[in-house]
Design a protein around this ligand. Structure first.
Ligand code: PBG
Length: 330
């Protein structure tokens, strides 16, 4: 007998009662195998350079890489994304495609340490050139789109030669995927995959990364190539083009303020594996509020990453990856 005259027999709360029942009816899941951990590598020996705006993250020299790769592999992380800081920058970013470049060395070291670890490499110019833009800069200050493609393709082939499994062009230049796919195939790397940063917004949430990778533009901003945060339909155009050009996976970046875009891309292209990049500024924001004691880091991060999965991402690139893997195994 119901004690209230207003009692409604429909009770959705029934399914929320016990741990096992809640888990049984859970829609989205989060596992260490969903995660990709970004790593910054630099020249030198025995050098761990903390990144002030990203507490817990550091640039490592390659001699410190084996310990780090082993640590994250033990936690269940199966993929890392490498970013390199060159010894010197020049006009064309020569170290990008040098066989002994920092990323090429790091790929070999990582593969020697844990051969099963999936190695993804960022393919871009901004950390390697003096101008700090994602493509070559013309005299008039404009990005030389098509002239940049050959150098980016050369970089991708060089990463593939060193052992990369997936190359990830992040410059938002037109035609990048076509250039990389053709060059990889011509060089015999038809099984090296492409994870394109298909949908990358001109975001203020990359600030800490630019400190980490020393890749801020000398002049101007990235608005002529990265997308306007106001646009969602345009994301579908970018993804369609990258698929036509032969990308294996696509990415939406950043994640937190763009979950509607993650959802729209998954709805429109359900068969294409989708990654979302939980970027440096999102990490910094959560770290700062956790350090101030204003938020529970573990609860907030797990909620955010689950939200990214629920929105439609298959994989999440996150600086929180090792922490999340450890929390999930508790
Ligand atoms: C390079 C690149 C950037 C990031 C990934 N690759 C910086 C940018 O485009 O300005 C940002 C990653 C992050 O903020 O965590 N093009």
């Amino acid at each position: 007998m119901n004690s209230s005259e207003f009692a409604d027999p429909r009770r959705p709360r029934r399914l929320r009662q016990t741990g096992a029942l809640r888990t049984l009816v859970r829609e989205a899941t989060l596992a260490p195998s969903d995660l990709v951990y970004p790593l910054f590598v630099q020249h030198g020996q025995g050098l761990r350079t903390e990144i002030a705006s990203m507490p817990g993250q550091a640039r490592l020299t390659t001699d410190l890489l084996p310990t780090e790769i082993e640590r994250v592999a033990k936690l269940g992380i199966q993929a890392v994304l490498l970013f390199g800081l060159p010894r010197t920058k020049d006009e064309i970013g020569s170290e990008n495609f040098a066989s002994d470049g920092i990323v090429q060395q790091a790929i070999k070291t990582a593969k020697d340490t844990v051969p099963e670890m999936l190695i993804v490499t960022d393919v871009c110019m901004c950390s390697y050139t003096v101008a700090g833009h994602c493509g070559l800069l013309g005299r008039d200050g404009r990005i030389l789109n098509d002239e940049s493609l050959a150098l980016l393709a050369r970089t991708a082939v060089s990463h593939a030669k060193a052992g990369a499994d997936l190359v990830a062009p992040s410059g938002m230049l037109d035609g990048m995927v076509h250039a990389l796919r053709t060059s990889l195939d011509d060089a015999g790397f038809d099984f090296t995959g492409i994870l394109s940063y298909a949908v990358k917004y001109a975001s203020s949430f990359y600030g800490p990364f630019r400190e980490a990778a020393d890749g801020a533009p000398k002049h101007g901003d990235r608005k002529t190539y990265q997308m306007d945060p106001a646009n969602r339909a345009e994301a579908l155009k970018e993804v369609a083009l990258d698929i036509e050009q032969g990308t294996d996976m696509v990415m939406v970046k950043p994640a937190m303020a763009f979950l509607d875009v993650v959802h729209a891309v998954k709805q429109a292209f359900p068969a294409v594996p989708l990654a979302a990049y939980n970027v440096s500024g999102e990490y910094a924001m959560l770290k700062a509020s956790a350090q101030a004691g204003w938020i529970s880091e573990q609860d907030a991060v797990l909620e955010l990453l689950l939200g990214i999965k629920r929105a439609g991402a298959d994989a999440i690139i996150s600086y929180h990856a090792p922490d999340v893997a450890a929390w999930l195994s508790q």
